[in-house]
Design a protein around this ligand. Structure first.
Ligand code: PHB
Ligand code: FE
Length: 321
């Protein structure tokens, strides 16, 4: 998959995948395909790439920006340029190639590893990481291969994902110094210790060391609670293939909501602590969080949903007013 075994003059390897080529220099990721080319600033590119890799291509579309991205078909993945850009489409300049998921996963993971320097952590907020720029300078494998929290039942259940503490390497974040850390009292009847469990979600989130990275903290059939801590800008523009619910647990996030296919603006939504929103199945969105905030993303992971929405059998909104 690497075009050349030797790095380029900046020290980075070049990657090819089908008709797509990826190269990095000191400031930019350059992407080329059969009939076009594009570039993105490298810090933004690596932040987007990190999420696409860590999330296994997520739900629906992960736009790195208005041109480049991936669309998950749960088994295969489209890598595209201009596919969800009305102007590229109109000009006939959009390009899509479909890959088996493991292949794209491997190439993206290798690119992320090769292009991330020692000082840069793509999951961290800009205030909490060093520079992504410059010639090749070491690596940061620990940051880019963090454990992804995916509870089987719930954080804190016996044998499941554990809660966070100073001792296991998760100090309270500077923006959440005022968040209470007391744990709930739980008094299960003998024999039910495995069934009756509780944890302090605010305390758990106050100790998150990453931004814009939903963790699965509880699972009830297809209903997944995926809270996350947000600061600065969501590194991807997420194109939904189902409805997602947002519950703003603290502080404030501004959402830019656009038509999923064309990118035409649809709404700006300012969510303050306590606000709840349903993001429709036919939009894409990007969040802006002026200070670190807590957001609950509630996902319905039912595999039949994308087809139900795509075929029009289900309306793209859960309620009509
Ligand atoms: C989303 O696209 O819905 C999303 C992704 C990552 C987050 C929050 C929301 O941290
Ligand atoms: Fe989303």
């Amino acid at each position: 998959m690497k075009t050349e075994n030797r790095p380029n003059r900046h020290g980075y390897h070049t990657f090819t995948l089908g008709a797509f080529g990826f190269e990095r220099d000191e400031y930019f990721a350059h992407v080329a395909w059969t009939n076009g080319r594009h570039l993105m600033q490298i810090d933004a590119f690596l932040r987007a790439l990190q999420r696409d890799v860590a999330w296994g291509f997520f739900y629906g579309v992960v736009n790195f920006d208005g041109v480049i991205g991936t669309m998950n078909h749960y088994g295969t993945v489209d890598l595209f340029a201009g596919r969800f850009n009305a102007h590229y489409r109109k000009a006939g300049l959009d390009y899509v190639e479909t890959f088996e998921t493991p292949l794209l996963q491997r190439v993206f993971a290798a690119m992320l590893e090769d292009w991330t320097n020692a000082a840069f952590d793509p999951f961290a907020s800009p205030e909490e990481t060093g520079s992504a720029f410059g010639p090749k300078n070491g690596a940061n494998k620990r940051a880019i291969t963090r454990h992804r929290v995916t509870a089987r039942r719930m954080v804190g259940c016996p044998g499941d994902e554990t809660t966070r503490s100073d001792e296991n390497g998760f100090p309270i974040n500077r923006h959440f110094a005022d968040v209470g850390q007391e744990a709930p009292d739980v008094e299960p009847e003998p024999g039910f210790e495995n069934e009756v469990v509780a944890f302090n979600l605010f305390a758990y989130l106050s100790r998150s060391d990453v931004t814009w990275n939903p963790s699965v903290v509880s699972v009830c059939k297809a209903s997944l609670y995926c809270p996350t801590t947000e600061e600065y800008i969501l590194p991807v523009i997420h194109g939904n293939d189902r409805v997602e619910w947002f519950v703003q647990l603290s502080d404030e996030i501004h959402w830019e909501v656009e038509d999923r296919d064309s990118g035409a603006p649809r709404a700006r939504v300012v969510m303050k602590a306590g606000d709840v929103a349903a993001m429709p199945a036919d939009i894409r969105h990007r969040g802006f969080s002026p200070k670190r905030s807590m957001l609950l993303v509630w996902e319905n992971a039912s595999p039949e949903l994308p087809d139900l929405y795509a075929s029009g059998k289900m309306p793209p909104v859960p309620v009509e007013f």
